[in-house]
Design a protein around this ligand. Structure first.
Ligand code: NAP
Length: 248
């Protein structure tokens, strides 16, 4: 496991699923982890799990759909830890529907949470990261942002948007020792995908050469690698964690 001892990390959407697994993985690698999301009870459970395992963590209330909440959470994390060296923009939602019938609010809500939230939070922690001259920014995109998916024009746009933003930003901050990358998970078993029915699940599995769904830990290990010094020469990259579902 890559060494992250002494590093300060902030993970959004850390109350369950992939974000929670990222927080656990980064903490196990030695980072002090700020876990942020709306559900404080679940965040506290994750913090306890990290502390019981000997790691360091704290919970912060964050709604990435609210600019005010983003500003106050970033302020609280910076006041507590002085800096954020590793930012994992993981919080995300789906609101599926065919394009013809999609409501404007379903478009706006997805873009606000999945893309604008990542932009605003990154902006809020960036000045101290630039001064620190070391940083790792990792966006959790999706295979759907690379391939598209019927019924997900809003979600696909938000996840492809993260990739464009990531590449532009990687060029802006590279001279300060900051790398910016994306991880694009395929079909991962989490509460988000638990809503799929058996038929949809079978159809997904048929598309995966490795023959199984991914786990939240599969994604978290890729994130921990990109966060480490071992990944110092990787920036502007999309790391697919999809069992071969899409080979870009
Ligand atoms: P999940 O189980 O539904 O978890 C989503 C997390 O995001 C929760 O912790 C939730 O926390 C948080 N979140 C949602 N809205 C938020 C908001 N407004 N403010 C703050 N936090 C918010 O989903 P997951 O499967 O772990 O997905 C995590 C990320 O991976 C998402 O960006 C998703 O698009 C991406 N992804 C997932 C898959 C997959 O197959 N599972 C595949 C590709 C990409 P609270 O409700 O406590 O706020």
């Amino acid at each position: 496991m890559p060494g992250l001892a002494g590093r300060i990390a902030l993970v959004t959407g850390a109350s369950q699923g992939i974000g929670r697994a990222c927080a656990l993985e980064l903490a196990a690698a030695g980072a002090t982890v700020a876990l942020a999301a709306r559900n404080q009870a679940r965040l506290s459970e994750a913090v306890s799990e990290i502390e019981t395992a000997g790691g360091k963590a704290a919970a912060f209330a964050l709604d990435v759909a609210s600019e005010e909440s983003i500003k106050s959470a970033a302020k609280a994390v910076l006041e507590r830890f002085g800096k954020v060296e590793i930012l994992v923009n993981n919080a995300g939602i789906t609101r599926d529907g065919l394009m013809l019938r999609m409501k404007r609010t379903d478009w706006d809500d997805i873009l606000t949470t999945n893309l604008t939230g990542a932009f605003l939070l990154t902006q809020a922690i960036l000045s101290p990261m630039l001064r620190n001259r070391w940083g790792r920014i990792i966006h959790i995109s999706s295979v759907v942002g690379r391939t598209g998916q019927a019924g997900q024009v809003n979600y696909a746009a938000s996840k492809a948007g993260l990739i464009g933003m990531m590449r532009a930003m990687a060029r802006e901050v590279a001279s300060r020792g900051i790398t910016v990358n994306a991880v694009a998970p395929g079909y991962i078993e989490t509460p988000m995908t638990a809503v799929l029915n058996e038929e949809q699940r079978k159809a997904m599995l048929a598309e995966i050469p490795l023959g199984r769904a991914g786990t939240d830990r599969d994604v978290a290990q890729a994130v921990a690698f990109l966060a480490s010094d071992d990944a110092a020469y990787i920036t502007g990259h999309v790391l697919d964690v999809n069992g071969g579902m899409f080979m870009g």
